[in-house]
Design a protein around this ligand. Sequence first.
Ligand SMILES: [Zn+2]
Length: 255
Amino acid sequence: MDLVSVFLFILGLVIGSFLNCVIYRIEVKKSFLSGRSFCPSCKHQLSWLDLIPVLSYILLSGSCRYCKKRISVQYPLVEMATGFLFLFLFNPDHFIRSSYWVIIFSLFIIIFVYDLKHYIIPDKIILPAIGVALAYNTFAVLTGDFSPSYYFQTLWAGTIPALFFFSLFVLSRGKWIGFGDVKLALAMGFLLGPNRIIVALFLAFVIGGIIAVGLIILGKKHMKAEMPFAPFLLLGTVLAHFLGNSMINYYLHLN
Ligand SMILES: [Zn+2]
């Protein structure tokens, strides 16, 4: 590993620690930038020794130095995920494009964790994601990276699934799908464009379905239990982003 990679990984760990902080501050409805970090359980102010990403968690063997309350495994997991995100996705040679995807996937990590815990996609995260995607697509068409026709296709790729999800939302009165998923579908289409959005939605429904059936068989959920859908939509988006085009080509050449 070269120095740049080490630096990117550590930067990712630090940003991951910030993402945890954002998640916590949305949970307790505090401003993102104010105040120092403290233990959510005993409110003791944390020193820099308690705030080293991943390492503090290991050194403290997963509990608060002051009150010994267990620290959620969410903290090191989010930090590691963001570390690897920066390591593998950020590319100084494609600064704007790779920064864009790093920002989008950082927002996705927040949505993933938040929806898993609370079954809600926070507007404070999904609305900026939609805005960033629209801004990037506009930038890309202005610089000639996207053709004007592809630009309009990305608009449709977001709008059509969002309208489909919205009708499911209305039909089921919010039981099958939440309004947050409608907004997430809009963002996904803007991000992925017309072909890969289909791959993403297909994978989300298939993986979500398999997990749901698995949980019912294992007796962890009953038939009518609520299940967060955003984690599957996000998983579908990530898979479609990296593998979508080769999956489409493979499928087209099967017959
Ligand atoms: Zn504590």
